[in-house]
Design a protein around this ligand. Structure first.
Ligand code: GLC
Ligand code: CA
Length: 514
């Protein structure tokens, strides 16, 4: 299991209210105890601060707020001793507008750095109809009237990957971190990088309700040239043993997503369907089946995602309160049974709901650029609760306020409280991960998916055994015929007798078949 660490919100070592590398390092024993195999750290680089670190100023450094390169090396060394690997985030689609290249390009339109971005001469209208994912046109003006492209915030100018200097520089960046012992990269916006060579209009408009980008944005994303970048990056990783690339590929067509994890490209590309499915048997069954088929078709493991730093927390997505929590537990058991690589977002193992963050302290450009119409992503980025002290143990006692406020009462989700509670979400995750490690049919079996009414069943068959994961997504208790032993259930209300199991609504069970 790969555990996603939102660095700024994980653990603060020096009391400035900002999570940092030494803080994360001090919490590595927790991750080892939980049963994590690897951690992926959201961007740790010096940044302009416009998009949670995804606007990078220097790709070969650590933001002083988080520590320095030697802190990262110490983290990697400690992690390795505990059997944990460290995966970094890399952001090749765009830089910060404060990056030295963009600053040079602002000062001199004819400098070589200017060719590394998409500039267009002054004119009344932007060069095409492309929209920014964060709202508004994807083109802004420089002080001297030129247009420049930014598919995200204006502080994130898109790089021009048709300039070979861009590719060469990123290859140096990869080696810089690989030489420091990291185990690979999560590649941001891996479906981006190249744009239509003629910058032609998109045939349709951006729709936030789609699974990802489709033909309506054919000119902006998923240009065929991008695959050669992943082949080159794969070649570099292959020089370093046991390293991997996982791509963020938000495309509507799953077949296209899977192409990014062909054998000579990235090792994995995220499968976001579960993350985007509502609590519905058919939607979940389709998400699982299609991912197994399509990624299986290119020989790549499926990377399952139920939560990340860009989406509302599962507990809230699945209905909130007790219902949302019950469902999130069941969804976790389903994900952890499936063959492939599950990704768990920090705090999901505690059942954190989406936090209410007051508008006045929100940071997310999605909130600000939509004039408040879109809530933004701050609510899934608040600090981790570690204990029941007033500051929930995020910072040392008597420290500054955390960079985003921790909601009142969040000590009830704290690691310390859940670790001693045999019925907590945390205990369930830990048991599930231990069983997954002990039973190869879980996590690396052959899976077959079936549904009956509101019940979803995945049979996971390994060489020596079969484990069935049954999820009741309906509103009535169902009797599941179960010749076998219950390994784990998402709720203590699961009862078994005479070869059958009574599975309450919104719950899941793992049954080791006789
Ligand atoms: C990815 C990141 C997101 C970021 C965006 C722009 O989607 O996950 O957090 O805002 O890229 O870099
Ligand atoms: Ca700090």
């Amino acid at each position: 299991m790969v555990y996603q660490v939102y660095l700024r919100s994980f653990a603060d070592s020096n009391g400035d209210g900002i999570g940092d590398l030494p803080g994360l390092r001090s919490r590595l024993p927790y991750l080892a105890w939980l049963g994590v195999d690897a951690l992926w750290i959201n961007p740790h680089y010096p940044s302009g601060g416009a998009d949670g670190g995804y606007d990078i100023v220097d790709y070969r450094a650590v933001d002083p707020e988080y520590g320095d390169v030697s802190d990262l090396e110490d983290l990697v060394a400690d992690a390795r001793r505990l059997g944990l690997r460290v995966v970094l985030d890399v952001v090749p689609n765009h830089t910060s507008d404060r990056h030295p290249w963009f600053q040079a390009a602002l000062a001199d339109p004819d400098c070589p750095e200017a060719a590394r971005y998409h500039f267009s001469p002054p004119s009344d209208e932007p060069p095409n109809n492309w929209q920014s994912l964060f709202g508004g046109p994807a083109w802004s003006r420089t002080p001297d009237g030129r247009w420049y492209l930014h598919l995200f915030a204006p502080e994130q100018p898109d790089l021009n990957w048709r300039d070979p200097a861009v590719a060469a520089d990123f290859e140096q960046t990869l080696r810089f971190w690989l030489d420091r012992g990291i185990s690979g990269f999560r590649v941001d916006v891996a479906y981006g990088l190249f744009k239509d060579a003629g910058l032609r209009d998109n045939p349709g408009a951006y729709s936030p309700t789609l699974f990802g980008h489709g033909p309506e944005q054919a000119m902006t994303w998923n240009q065929p040239e991008v695959h050669d970048v992943w082949r080159r990056w794969r070649g570099i990783c292959d020089e370093y043993p046991d390293t991997m690339l996982v791509g963020e590929v938000c495309l509507a067509d799953l077949e296209q997503v899977a192409l990014y994890s062909r054998p000579d490209e990235m090792h994995q590309s995220f499968s976001f369907r579960l993350l985007k499915s509502s609590w519905d048997t058919a939607a979940f069954a389709d998400a699982v089946r299609s991912a197994l088929d399509v990624f299986g078709g290119v020989g790549a493991p499926v990377s399952w995602v139920l939560g990340n730093h860009d989406k509302d927390r599962q507990v809230t997505r699945f209905g909130g309160g007790a219902v949302g929590t019950t469902r999130a537990r069941a969804a976790a058991l389903l994900m952890l049974a499936l063959p492939g690589s599950p990704y768990v977002y920090a705090g999901d193992e505690l059942g954190l709901p989406q936090a209410t963050v007051p508008d006045a302290v929100k940071r997310d450009p999605i909130f600000h650029r939509s004039g408040g119409a879109r809530a933004g992503r701050d609510g899934c980025r608040v600090p981790m609760p570690w204990n029941d002290s007033p500051g929930v143990g995020f910072s040392p006692e008597e420290s500054a306020h955390p960079w985003l406020p921790v909601p009142e009462g969040w000590d009830r989700y704290a690691v310390s409280a859940q670790a001693r509670d045999g019925g907590s979400m945390l205990t369930m995750y830990r048991r599930a991960l231990a069983l997954r490690a002990a039973h190869p049919s879980l996590g690396s079996g052959e899976a077959t998916v079936s549904t009956q009414d509101s019940v979803l069943t995945v049979r996971c068959t390994g060489t020596a055994e079969t484990v069935r994961c049954v999820v009741n997504m309906g509103s009535e208790t169902v009797l599941v015929g179960a010749p076998g032993a219950v390994l784990l259930a998402s709720t203590t209300r699961v009862r078994g007798s005479l070869g059958s199991v009574a599975l309450p609504p919104d719950s899941a069970v793992w049954i080791l078949e006789d």
